[in-house]
Design a protein around this ligand. Structure first.
Ligand code: TTP
Ligand code: MG
Length: 241
């Protein structure tokens, strides 16, 4: 059965260690194709939310549903094969650029890889390398710039064609031109997929269907950009500095 991308959190409480709750009573609902953003101070629990969707950690209080099915009943491998995490700490390995993109879906053809790289705005820099798609990367892709590595992570996700996208933006800056390529590539990748975004770029957050403001593990405000600006609360403060 093709998964559609409904995600529901019902009264989710979670802590990494006994006794210390990191997420408190989280409730949320995402429909296929929607973009849900999480903002809030460091340590608020943003990455933790995405760790739970992936089942990197199991919850024991509350429920997370994927298309109405409790994610504890979905095989972890099947679950993760429907999701891609982009941008943060992309793991590149020693091998060609082609192999690194293909890692998103091992049976992808060369044509599919190039198509994914084009969508991700990575094709331009790749084709300008002396060996193009056959260029060898060193371990962790250190012979690429940070922006180029991010573009590759978008291409890898594009070839995987996931139902759920998790975008955990890196804080470190890239040059303006690369930034524009990344934002455009991500916009194309997000189309039609349920996306959870932990964003540092306000532009990425602004056009989300719903923005969740997390503080100390609680959703203290929720709404779209305009609603939250009108509220003149924490989100407004984050935007106006
Ligand atoms: P995070 O969920 O990592 O907080 P965040 O993603 O909102 O912060 P940042 O903006 O800096 O990325 O952490 C929430 C709390 O959980 C924090 O006290 C650290 C703790 N934590 C662990 O104990 N183990 C983990 O693996 C993670 C990810 C967080
Ligand atoms: Mg984080």
């Amino acid at each position: 059965i093709p998964l559609r991308g409904y995600i529901t959190f019902k009264d989710v409480n979670f802590g990494y260690d006994e006794g210390k709750r990191v997420l408190k009573n989280i409730n949320l609902y995402a429909k296929p194709g929607q973009k849900i953003a999480f903002v809030g101070s460091t340590g608020a629990g943003k990455t933790t939310v995405t760790n739970l969707i992936n089942r990197f950690y199991e919850i024991n209080d509350g429920t997370i549903l994927f298309d109405g099915i409790d994610i504890r009943r979905i095989n972890k491998h099947d679950l993760r094969s429907t999701m891609s995490i982009v941008l943060q700490d992309v793991h590149l390995f020693e091998g060609t650029i082609k192999d690194n993109i293909r890692y998103g879906r091992l049976d992808a053809t060369d044509e599919e890889i190039i198509e994914a790289a084009k969508l991700a705005n990575a094709h331009y820099f790749i084709k300008n390398l002396p060996n193009g798609y056959d260029t060898m990367l060193t371990a962790d892709g250190m012979n690429l710039s940070q922006g180029e590595r991010q573009l590759l992570s978008i291409a890898r996700a594009a070839v995987a064609d996931p139902t759920i996208l998790i975008l955990d933006e890196a804080t470190s800056s890239v040059d303006t031109r690369t930034e524009k390529l990344i934002v455009e590539g991500m916009d194309k990748l997000m189309e039609g997929r349920t996306t959870f975004v932990i964003a540092h770029r306000l532009s990425t957050v602004r056009d989300s269907d719903a923005i969740m403001v997390l503080e100390h593990g609680e959703i203290i405000e929720r709404g779209d950009h305009e609603e939250l600006m009108n509220l003149k609360g924490r989100y407004y403060e984050l935007n106006t500095g």
